[in-house]
Structures are given as C-alpha cells and as structure tokens.
Design a protein around this ligand. Structure first.
Ligand SMILES: Nc1nc2c(ncn2[C@@H]2O[C@H](COP(=O)(O)OP(=O)(O)OP(=O)(O)O)[C@@H](O)[C@H]2O)c(=O)[nH]1
Ligand SMILES: [Mg+2]
Length: 497
C-alpha cells in the first residue's frame, strides 16, 4: 500500500501518477515490474556511458581543420569549393547536376540581355547623332560588362558602332520571351517574399528607362542564400517531369506558373529561342558592336554562348565543367564538411570544414565572426580584374580592391595565428585579355610601356608591388603580416606577386 506521503506526491505530479504501480499489484507482478525497470536502467546507463566515451574520444582525436574562403565577389570562392567537392565527394557533386541546369539557363539569358543592351545602346547612339551631334559621351562602361569595366568608351569607339539592320531588330523582338524565362527561373530559385534575389528583367531594357536605370538594373545579378535548399527544389521539379525524357521545370500549380501548358515552360522557351540566340551571337555586326563597346562576353562569369544548342537541348544535363563555370552569386555563409585522408600521416582520416561566404562589399561584415575559429584562410584574388571595376562601386578598380582586402586580412589582429594562403586565379582570363591587346600598363600605371605579354606582366615584381592604379591611388602590396603561403599552395604568378 502506498504511504500517505507518496499519495500526496502522486497527486501533485502527473508523471509520478503515470509511473506509479497499479494499486492492486500482486507480488509476482511487482517482481516482474522491478526486473523490467532494472533492465531499462541498465540499458540507459550503458547508452550514457557510450556517449561519454565518444565525447572523450572526440576531445582526444584530431580537431576538424577549418578553412575560410575569402575574396571579392566573382573572385572564385564558390568555384574553388565546387572543385573541392568534385575531387573529394564526386558522387554528391554529380547528384546535384540537374539543379545546376537552371543556373546555366539563367546565365545564358543574362548573356543575351547584355547583347540586347549593347544593341539598345547602339540604337540610342545612332538616333541621337541624327538629332544631336553633341550627345554626351559615357566615359565608363557599366560593370555589367565586366571585361569592359574601367575602359573608356570615347567618341571614336562609339562612332564605330555598326548600324543595326531591320533583321537585327526583328531578332531582338523575337528574343523578348526570355523575360518570362528569367522571371520563372528566379521565382523557383528563391523562397517567396524573401527579397533575396536581385533580379532584373528584359523589360527594363526595352522599356523607356534611362540609360542609368538600365545599367543599374542590368548590373544586379541573381543571388541565392546558401541556406535555402534551391538545389532540392529544382531536383524534385525536374525529376517529376522527366518521365518523357525531357527535363523541364513545369509547375503543376496553375497560379504560380503556366500550369499544364508545358509550352510555356522556361526550358522549352529557351529551346525555342536557341536558333535566334545562336544567330545573334554569331552575327559579325553584333560581334563588331560588342568589340566597339569593349565587351568581351567570353570573359564574363557564366559564359555559355558558345554552347547554346547543347545547354538548351531538352535533354541537357550539365557536365562537371558546366557546373564549375555556372555563376550564382552567394549570399550568407555556408559550411561544407569533408573527410579526407592525410597523405603524410599514415593515411588517417581528417575532418575538413570549408566555409564559403559572399564577397560583395555589403556582405563582408559577416566574415569577421568566423575569424578566430579558422585554421586557414584561402584568399582568392583574380589577376584578370586589372581592367575592371567593382559592381558595387565603379570608382574602385577590382585589382586594387583585392590588394586592399588582402592587406586588411593580413593585418587583422584576430588572424594573427591563422595560416593565410593567397591564391591568384583567373590566370586564363588574364592571359586572354593580354592576348586580345588589353594594355596592362593602361591600368597599372607603374608598369609603363613594357611588353604586354604574360611573362613580363606576371613576372615583374614592380608591376604589382607599388601599384599606381588608374584612379590615382598608390597601393602598397608588400606581404603585410609577413605571412607566407605554404610551398606549392600558390600558382607561379602568385609567387611573384
Ligand atoms: N575562366 C575562369 N573562370 C573562373 C575562374 N575561377 C572562377 N571562375 C568563374 O568566375 C565566376 C565567379 O566565380 P564564383 O566562384 O561564383 O565567385 P565568388 O567568389 O563565389 O563570388 P560571390 O559569391 O559573389 O562572392 C564563375 O562563373 C566561375 O566559373 C578561373 O580561374 N577562370
Ligand atoms: Mg560565391
């Protein structure tokens, strides 16, 4: 019989009430209950013990190695991460192929928009020279044009704008359905109402917007917060609709999209526009027009114009190289875990965590909280940025921004014990720019009139040590904290930096 006291406790405590033995329990039942309780306690204690053992082992074992990827926007942080995923977790990397298809399509649409904007610019120029021969001259191409950024479009260059024919204008009109493609893909890429996407529409080009508005609109690009499971969204969507072998993005919801009408599906519209896009891109007048405006499409991030037929094919699935080339701006910070075998430590497994961040100026404040917990920082500085300006501030040369950013990283107190690795990349674009005749000395004043070839521009320490950039800023790029990258970690050009 329960005592008077225990009855009081039971009444006040619902758990005790549930756990209390039945009031009319027999001696046999009591023994069975006590045995069951003892067994449950034994199992629970064993689990606790195992958890404690694991916690102790984790404390004793090697800590995960943490690497933070840093650098300005478009410096190649996410691409470096993708390369790492491809090397270490190829299965997982390839499992996401289908999701990258939408990003490749967005990149194609954006490239076409750049061309259409260049055509609009030429039209506006020719119209204004007829009406007013003294039209003001734009001195800086908007950063949208990337490779052209920072170059001057003088009156001579603009007068070389080849006139467009009626055929060109028809082509431009026929490509207008790409507005829908971009809108639909962007809607899919981001959570409703998140406001995270900086999307633009073709409408703003063809509408009556001012040049400045159009340039500003085109300057923005699609970004996605790394926390949002956009890959999963596309994967499911494509999987659901690929029963006929065509991978499209059809949405069964008639409100949010074309519903059952698959002819309005973004991938189908893109496929239908493929021939016109190819004609536009291969047109000699358009090529001359882009040249006159200093636009080098092939150096822009997410360049797929040479593969339009392939990437707009209904059965297109991105290759490894396509995924590496696809451009999607990063927002937020994401952690990626790998287990690697250490080559020089008897092949023991080691946990590696790589952190990818957004490099846009407005996102750099989010970097600092990660500083004191990192083993290494891999800083990416694209060499190819010597003739470009930042998208977020047209007065700042990209190479100068990289140098200043690197300096501030080297001198940061929180990073005193962190390994710093400087990685000069986009060397292929750097070489292509030199080969195309873009003068290094025009932007890096101290370089003077020396030969504009790769060996000289990259080998001469004077080129990158005291940097006298075009905007008049003197930039000192000594290795500020005396930090040295581990041997072999930097490409040859970086060693000379
Ligand atoms: N040709 C060439 N392209 C590169 C190289 N590294 C990166 N890219 C391309 O440059 C573009 C931008 O690279 P991302 O990795 O997205 O740049 P990011 O530093 O992550 O940029 P944010 O996310 O805006 O901070 C992508 O289209 C890449 O494919 C390179 O060495 N050569
Ligand atoms: Mg990124």
């Amino acid at each position: 019989m329960p005592s008077k006291n225990s009855k009081i406790v039971t009444e006040g405590d619902p758990l005790a009430h549930v756990m209390a033995p039945p009031p009319n329990e027999t001696e046999e039942q009591r023994e069975a209950r006590l045995a069951a309780e003892a067994e449950a306690k034994r199992i629970s204690d064993a689990i606790d013990e195992e958890l404690q053992r694991q916690a102790k082992a984790e404390k004793r074992g090697p800590k995960p190695v943490k690497i933070l990827l840093l650098g300005q926007s478009e410096s190649g942080k996410s691409t470096t991460l993708k390369n790492f995923q491809l090397m270490n977790t190829p299965k997982a990397f390839r499992a996401e192929r289908a999701s990258w298809r939408a990003v490749v399509h967005l990149n194609v649409v954006r490239s076409i928009r750049v061309i259409l904007e260049a055509m609009a610019e030429a039209q506006a120029y020719h119209a204004s020279t007829y009406s007013s021969p003294n039209t003001p001259i734009r001195t800086h191409a908007p950063d949208l044009f990337h490779a052209a950024s920072g170059s001057s479009l003088n009156r001579d260059a603009r007068s070389q704008h080849p006139p467009l024919t009626a055929e060109h204008l028809k082509l431009k009109l026929r490509l207008s359905p790409l507005v829908q493609v971009e809108e639909a893909l962007i809607r899919r890429l981001t959570p409703a109402g998140s406001g995270e996407v900086e999307a633009t529409q073709l409408l703003s080009i063809s509408g009556g917007a001012s040049h400045a508005d159009r340039a500003r609109a085109l300057d923005r690009e699609v970004a996605v917060n790394s926390q949002f499971a956009w890959k999963g969204v596309f994967h499911k969507m494509i999987g659901r609709n690929s029963s006929d072998g065509d991978a499209d993005y059809s949405d069964p919801d008639p409100v949010t999209d074309a519903g059952g009408d698959r002819s309005q599906d973004p991938s189908r519209i893109l496929h239908a526009c493929a021939e016109d896009m190819i004609t536009l891109w291969n047109d000699p007048v358009i090529k001359a027009l882009l040249r006159a405006q200093g636009i080098r499409m092939e150096d822009m991030p997410g360049f797929f114009l040479d593969s339009i037929a392939r990437v707009t094919h209904p059965k297109y699935i991105p290759t490894d190289d396509d995924i590496l080339r696809a451009r999607l701006k990063t927002l937020g910070v994401s952690e990626h875990r790998f287990t690697i075998k250490e080559v020089f430590a008897g092949g023991i497994s080691r946990d590696l965590r790589i952190y990818d961040v957004g490099g846009h100026r407005s996102l750099r404040a989010a970097w600092a909280p990660f500083f004191d917990d990192m083993n290494a920082i891999l800083f990416l500085a694209p060499l190819s940025g010597f003739d470009q300006v930042l998208a977020e501030d047209e007065s700042v040369n990209r190479l100068e921004d990289s140098v200043l950013l690197w300096k501030s990283i080297c001198s940061n107190q929180l990073l005193g014990k962190t390994n710093l690795i400087l990685f000069l990349n986009k060397v292929d674009i750097f070489r292509a720019k030199l080969k195309a005749g873009i003068q290094f000395g025009q932007y890096i004043i101290s370089y003077g009139n020396r030969p504009n070839d790769y060996d000289n521009t990259s080998a001469c320490a004077d080129v990158l040590l005291p940097l006298y950039l075009r905007n008049g800023h003197e930039v000192d790029v000594e290795r500020a904290a005396g930090q040295e990258a581990p041997a072999g970690a930097i490409p040859p050009a970086a060693a000379k930096y």
